[in-house]
Design a protein around this ligand. Structure first.
Ligand code: IVH
Length: 672
């Protein structure tokens, strides 16, 4: 009987381990959860009836044993080293040059390039294939025994697949995927508990728990990338071979590593990972290049605490902490009051950031940002910097007050209103508010509006402050003499500006409509209105209902447009523009149409550098239409990785297909 039970237990354990591997490592589950639960229940039942048959590698034993009082100490037989850092492309070239010089190699060296995972290093000992001990890196010589905690990481096998060496020590990084980190923080926030600052801290905090039941509830993963002590096995000749061997034992390895050739290959990998960084499911702070051949590694050896055969090439940090000096409200073109955090300047994502928008008051309250707070600021890729979160423990004492909406406009002191249910508060000063006036003029002159070259922000500020310009039409009365009196304005630039202003008098209806700065009317709505009404007068005379008939114009936009033209002040402003000689052509004869107007794009597959939404947004901003299906009317199909049937259809219809690089080039061509 027991013999039969023993066989069934072994079979169940192997089966469950196989499903864990499929689910957590391969991301390719084979059976539904309910079926998995059934296997687990059977195993637990059998083990309860035969406790003497429970083994350490049983999946029921992932969370086992009582919480310990402290971590035991583990001395690493092979020390756990650190890596030399590189920051510039020249650092990569120098690393490669030094390696080749020392090895006396003429041609390019092969490297194994890996993401530099932002987690914490661990080392695991498998004895006869069974996980025996896991430890943190500690100071590199001595670490902490975190065996019970590592056992809870479901992606980590408790027993190696296939034939295993007598002794195998593998090293890797424990990390928390971004999705899991965000979920954990959301849950903590929901319970009113402290949140983690970043995935790395969350991973470290989760692994270093004295109660492994807590660790078990945390979404930790691990990728292995190296060896410690080994006996009874001859490791492969290369790092790339080692990674493959680890993988066949069921040890998770990073899927984004690859072998590259020479410094050039390293740099290409570095740039490609930099582009992919934001869309990876885990956080990385750089990439690691390792000389691929083990024999070469041995010849290169070590300096102090780092190998000469590896380089950690860092990305500019995307997150940094700094202090909020003040929270101020900025007044926009439509009177919207936007809270802005003034920061102690901080270098993040490759630029110095000293202001971040907080969007609106609800957002300020949600994040609970206060003056004097220490905050995490993030700037990933080319995106606008954002304030991610406050570090509550660093709030000054006594606590600063919660931010309140000012009752009066900080610029013109008119009353501020915040309609019930709306996120945005507004200054009621309208055109009497210099801030609104200034923003309106700036917008009017901007490149996509009237396109007045040389009329920059500083100049607009001076013109409005000096009362030379109150309404857009005033721009057309400016003289060289008047302009020359302004800061940094010589005769020549004044004359050029007057010329540019004169030049802007010839425009198109969509540009003019956009330039007027009607609320909710961006470029594409301006184009739709121009297309529908053909001229300004019919639009000025149209009712809200008429305006709602325009494709893509809803009731809110229609109300704003009708209200704009109903205002005597605005009608006067338009009359004056006409008087000053501003003339426009209906859109179809002019060049007002956006560069991609009339072109339909279809997206398929996964793009590395942008999400679907980002790609669609970038295209529609240039006037393109993005459609979900391919037809004869499709101008381009943009195909990312693993494209679907849309690509086949495009090919069969002879439609031009763009890859991600081609899309990038096309966007770049039409931008700025
Ligand atoms: S190799 C002797 N590979 O970076 C080689 N380390 O700065 C030592 N790390 O302590 C490590 N990703 O925590 C290596 N693909 C990778 C890595 C990696 C992240 C971490 C690891 C290590 C630190 C060294």
């Amino acid at each position: 009987m027991t013999k039969g039970v023993g066989a069934r237990l072994a079979a169940l354990r192997a089966e469950i381990a196989r499903h864990d591997h499929r689910y957590y490592v391969l991301d390719d589950p084979e059976i539904p959860d309910a079926e998995y639960d059934k296997l687990m229940a059977e195993l637990k039942g059998l083990e309860a009836a035969h406790p003497e048959l429970i083994t350490a590698d049983s999946p029921t034993q992932r969370v086992a044993g009582a919480p310990s009082g402290e971590f035991g100490e583990v001395v690493h037989q092979v020390p756990m080293l650190s890596l030399d850092n590189g920051f510039t492309e020249e650092d990569v070239a120098a690393f490669d040059r030094r390696a080749r010089e020392r090895l006396g190699t003429e041609g390019p060296l092969d490297y194994f390039a890996e993401p530099k995972l932002d987690g914490l290093a661990v080392t695991l000992v498998f004895k006869d294939g069974v996980l025996d001990r896991a430890a943190t890196r500690g100071d590199g010589v001595k670490g902490e025994d975190v065996t019970p905690n590592v056992r809870t990481i479901r992606a980590c096998p408790l027993r190696l697949h296939g034939e295993a060496p007598r002794l195998l020590e593998v090293r890797g990084e424990v990390f928390m995927p971004i999705a899991g980190f965000e979920r954990l923080n959301r849950e903590a926030e929901g319970r009113g508990e402290k949140t983690f600052v970043n995935p790395r801290n969350a991973a470290a905090g989760s692994l270093r728990q004295l109660d492994p039941r807590i660790t078990a509830a945390r979404p930790l993963r691990v990728y292995f990338y190296g060896l410690g002590v080994v006996s009874g096995w001859r490791p492969p000749e290369t790092q790339s071979g080692l990674i493959k061997a680890l993988e066949t034992w069921g040890l998770p390895v990073c899927p984004h590593s690859e072998r590259v050739r020479g410094a050039e290959g390293c740099l290409e990998y570095y740039r490609a990972m930099g582009r992919r960084r934001a869309s990876l499911p885990y956080q990385i702070d750089g990439v690691v290049f390792k000389v691929d051949r083990r024999a070469d590694q041995e010849r290169l050896g070590y300096v102090s605490r780092a190998p000469r055969w590896a380089l950690a090439q860092k990305f500019p940090a995307e997150e940094a902490t700094t202090r909020v000096r003040a929270i101020e409200f900025q007044v926009g073109r439509t009177g919207a009051l936007t809270p802005v955090a003034r920061l102690e300047p901080v270098f993040v994502g490759g630029v110095t950031v000293s202001n971040v928008t907080l969007h609106n008051l609800d957002e300020v309250w949600r994040k609970d940002v206060r003056e004097g707070d220490t905050v995490v600021v993030r700037r990933a890729g080319d995106v606008i910097p954002e304030l991610v979160r406050v570090i509550p423990g660093r709030r000054p004492k006594p606590e600063p007050h919660r931010v309140q909406l000012p009752r009066h406009c900080p610029v013109c002191h008119s009353v501020v209103i915040k309609p019930e249910g709306e996120a945005v508060a507004r200054c009621t000063g309208g055109f009497t508010c210099p801030a609104q006036r200034q923003e309106a003029i700036r917008h009017f002159a901007s490149r996509r509006a009237m396109d007045i070259e040389g009329l920059g922000d500083k100049l607009v500020e001076q013109l409005v402050e000096g009362a030379l310009v109150r309404a857009p039409a005033d721009l057309y009365t400016l003289t060289v003499e008047q302009l020359q009196g302004l800061e940094r304005m010589g005769e020549k630039s004044a004359a050029n500006l007057v010329k540019a202003i004169e030049h802007s008098k010839r425009t198109t209806l969509p540009r003019l409509l956009y330039a007027l700065g009607i609320r909710e009317v961006g470029e594409s709505t301006a184009l739709a209105l121009a297309r529908h009404f053909g001229e300004l007068d019919p639009l000025m005379g149209a009712s809200e209902d008429d305006i709602q008939r325009v494709p893509d114009v809803g009731p809110v936009v229609a109300a704003h447009v009708a209200a704009f033209f109903a205002s005597p002040e605005h009608r006067e402003a338009i009359r004056r523009l006409r008087d000053e000689g501003v003339r426009w052509e209906p859109f179809d004869q002019g060049a007002a149409a956006l560069p991609l107007s009339g072109q339909t794009f279809v997206l398929t597959g996964t793009l590395e550098g942008f999400s679907r939404e980002q790609a669609s947004e970038a295209l529609t901003a240039l006037g393109a239409k993005v459609s979900g299906s391919v037809s004869k009317k499709t101008r381009y199909v943009v195909a990312g990785a693993e494209p679907g049937s849309k690509l086949e259809k495009a090919r069969s219809l002879g439609i031009e297909v763009l890859d991600e690089d081609a899309l990038r080039r096309l966007l770049a061509r039409h931008h700025e």
